[in-house]
Design a protein around this ligand. Sequence first.
Ligand code: ATP
Ligand code: MG
Length: 339
Amino acid sequence: MKKKIILTGIRPTGNLHYGHLFGACQNWLKLQDEYVFYLEIADVQALTDNFHSPNKVHSNVFELTSDLLSIGIDPKKVHIFVQSQIPEIAELTVFYSNLVTMARLYRNPTVKTEIAQKKALFGNDGESVTYGFVGYPVSQAADITAFKGELVPVGEDQLPLIEQCREIVRKFNSIYGEVLKEPEPYLSKTPRIKGLDGNEKMGKSLGNAIFLVDDEETISKKVMRAVTDTQKIKKDDPANPEVCMVYYYHKLVNQENVDVVCEECKKGARGCVQCKKELIEKMNEFMKEIREKKQYYREHPEEVLRILENGTKEARSVAISTMRDVKKAMQIDYFERGE
Ligand code: ATP
Ligand code: MG
């Protein structure tokens, strides 16, 4: 039986964090054996709101790739590629941009939320939202369809973008013929991981993330500052674990003891400091192997470069073939027709 095709991506705007791992990457690890898997390092998309920081995007391409390798993404199974090095994606984006209205882009819930977050973080009035940023769902539709992606394993925040991609595919096929595939999203059991500050989403750009490469000291500082039940004043006050971020992360890295943590917290039999210390220990245990692998890739940057180069070459040949079908369907294959 023919293996199904997966396309997913990540923006090189910072290191991998718990949101990525539990929200999306654990599914990638699970699926990498069974599918033809394309994993995009979305540098063009990162530039939409980081165009003024080329250094940041450049260095994060390598940082993020080595993070992905450190959590166990296997380059023998997954084609890891760099978006900007596949010009066919940019070409497709131009053609798709005719199939989407500005009103529809502004209505996209992910775009809406991200613009609101930028305003809250940087206090801008929206004047600086660029054409490229508002249009990134169109380029994301090109990312997915350039590889005829059928399944897109992502976090919950990405669902409206996949819906928009499906709309573009339907429109394209209805005008030019059945060339493209409508992709399906694939969510994890924990599709939205909250931030240290209690924010609904942990995000690289939101300053509320626990990164998988954070060292012990950083982890300790972050957990000590995490939001807990503000009603709990004294060590033996009963508290509500459901509003506590420390309990929330115990559920991710300390599953075997989480019921005890919950009960003791409710009864007032567990102080927050003790609870945080236990969490720090569990997190360090959980990240030990990842940190060791990361160290290996820090010492072997040429290996990371080679993996990206090979992955990009393999991915590009597929995008070129899709582009041929697209141009034929759109009747812009002037020199291929032999007329
Ligand atoms: P940025 O702030 O630059 O957008 P990000 O942290 O949102 O960074 P992305 O590169 O946009 O990371 O997302 C990569 C993948 O990780 C996507 O599938 C996204 O849905 C998923 N993801 C990111 N943050 C979370 C989260 N907090 N919970 C669940 N999934 C997440
Ligand atoms: Mg994001």
